[in-house]
Write a protein of this length. Structure first.
Length: 426
């Protein structure tokens, strides 16, 4: 879209001509009323001012209306040229008037000298004004050129209160939006690369295991039913993992296209937590990990999407179980908070923090997203859990617990707004 200069009903040149005619009449009136001239002097003044108005009008028409003066490449030079043109025309008019109306040549010469000094003052003021405008325009031009080269952090500082200062404010707002959009684009590029890494990792492991298992059966490594069953259980586990991954990918695609459509119903958070723990208790026992839950009394009914929040709890707890080495512990707790509930998942163990904890810790930052900087693979389900929690009006916040623990905490509010994050250490 191209925006042209505003076309006014009365152009600037029409106002310029009207001002000249009005000035012509007012000057003659003052001359007649206060100077009490003779008829000849009044006729001379009338002709002189009329000629001056015609000359100034013609010069303004050629210079501005026909836009010859705008061929000058610098705005400051255009402004200075306007001042010099006005001063020069006034000086010529005063010289002619002095020659015709003054009896003594000395008086005429004195008036001309004074007007020459006045013209110099006008020119000096015009130079200062043009220099100020040129400096502001140079700052805007340099900033725009930097912006065109991709330097979106550039800002213009003009502390005045004129149109150029307002233009600088608009420019700074535009640059800030471009910088934010560029930052988000870089984050999306990082996330896209990470997503490919996550998908590749999660697909490769179950596919390799299933291929090996089925290949072993096909080659006759196990023929007896009792020996085939473990292979089949392993293959079924891998196929289930692949099916879950495909479901997660489909859900993530829906998030990008349509967002999450929540179906809120009042639910007891403690029951959702108990269901998640019961579903993952066997997995935790197989890894020799202690999985416990605790729900403090006083948690109100909260309108949530039961299916989506159950997925969040399952994803976070399951990832903690997979992340913590044998002998560790995973706890999921719920506390009453102002207008809702606060939920935390804590995993701890004896030993040094694994590398993937740093990646998990970096996953859940909002504005300053550093997911692309993570060195370890971050599971896709965590990103899905974070998106679901954001759709409920909250956000997952990570906290380090020394070097041996990690705490993920979020709130669920009754009205869907962000809950009290100041509760229990937030």
């Amino acid at each position: 879209m191209i925006i042209y200069p505003v076309r006014r009903a009365v152009t600037s040149f029409v106002w310029f001509v009207a001002a000249l005619v009005g000035l012509y009449g007012v000057t003659l009136a003052f001359f007649w009323w206060f100077a009490l001239p003779t008829l000849l002097d009044f006729q001379i003044m009338t002709a002189l001012l009329g000629g001056g108005v015609l000359i100034v009008g013609a010069a303004g028409f050629v210079a501005y209306h026909m836009r010859y003066i705008y061929r000058v490449p610098r705005v400051g030079a255009v402004v200075l040229a306007g001042y010099l043109l006005a001063a020069g025309l006034i000086l010529v008019m005063m010289w002619v008037a002095g020659s015709l109306l003054f009896i003594h040549p000395y008086d005429a010469l004195l008036v001309v000298i004074l007007m020459l000094f006045a013209a110099g003052v006008v020119a000096a003021i015009g130079y200062i004004q043009s220099a100020a405008i040129t400096d502001k325009l140079a700052s805007l031009t340099n900033a725009a050129e930097s912006l065109a080269m991709g330097r979106y952090h550039v800002r213009v500082e003009i502390d005045d209160n004129d149109e150029l200062s307002r233009l600088a404010a608009v420019f700074n707002a535009m640059a800030a939006r471009l910088e934010s959009a560029d930052r988000k684009e870089h984050q999306l590029n990082h996330l896209r690369r990470d997503l490919m890494a996550w998908i590749g990792y999660d697909l490769r492991v179950p596919l390799l295991s299933a291929r090996t298992t089925i290949g072993g059966i096909a080659e006759g490594l196990a023929t007896e039913p009792e020996r085939v069953k473990p292979y089949l259980r392993t293959a079924r586990r891998d196929i289930t993992a692949l099916s879950d991954l495909i479901d997660d990918l489909y859900d993530m695609a829906q998030l990008d296209i349509n967002g999450i459509h929540l179906q809120r119903t009042p639910a007891h958070i403690d029951e959702l937590i108990e269901d998640a723990v019961a579903a993952l208790l066997h997995t935790a026992e197989q890894k020799n990990i202690t999985l416990t839950s605790r729900c403090m009394p006083g948690i109100p009914l909260i309108a949530v999407d039961v299916r989506q929040i159950s997925r969040v709890l399952t994803n976070l707890v399951e990832d903690a179980i997979q992340r913590v080495p044998k002998g560790g512990s995973v706890k999921i707790n719920a506390y009453p908070a102002r207008n809702g509930a606060l939920i935390e998942i804590i995993d701890t163990f004896e030993g040094l923090r694994p590398e993937d904890a740093d990646a998990i810790f970096k996953l859940f930052f909002g504005d300053e997203d550093v997911r692309g900087q993570a060195q370890a693979t971050v599971r896709l389900r965590l990103a899905l859990a974070d998106a679901i929690v954001r759709a409920h009006g909250s956000q997952i916040h990570p906290q380090r617990l020394g070097v041996q623990g990690l705490r993920l905490v979020f709130t669920l509010a009754q009205d869907g707004d962000i809950g009290n994050l100041n509760a229990r250490g937030m």
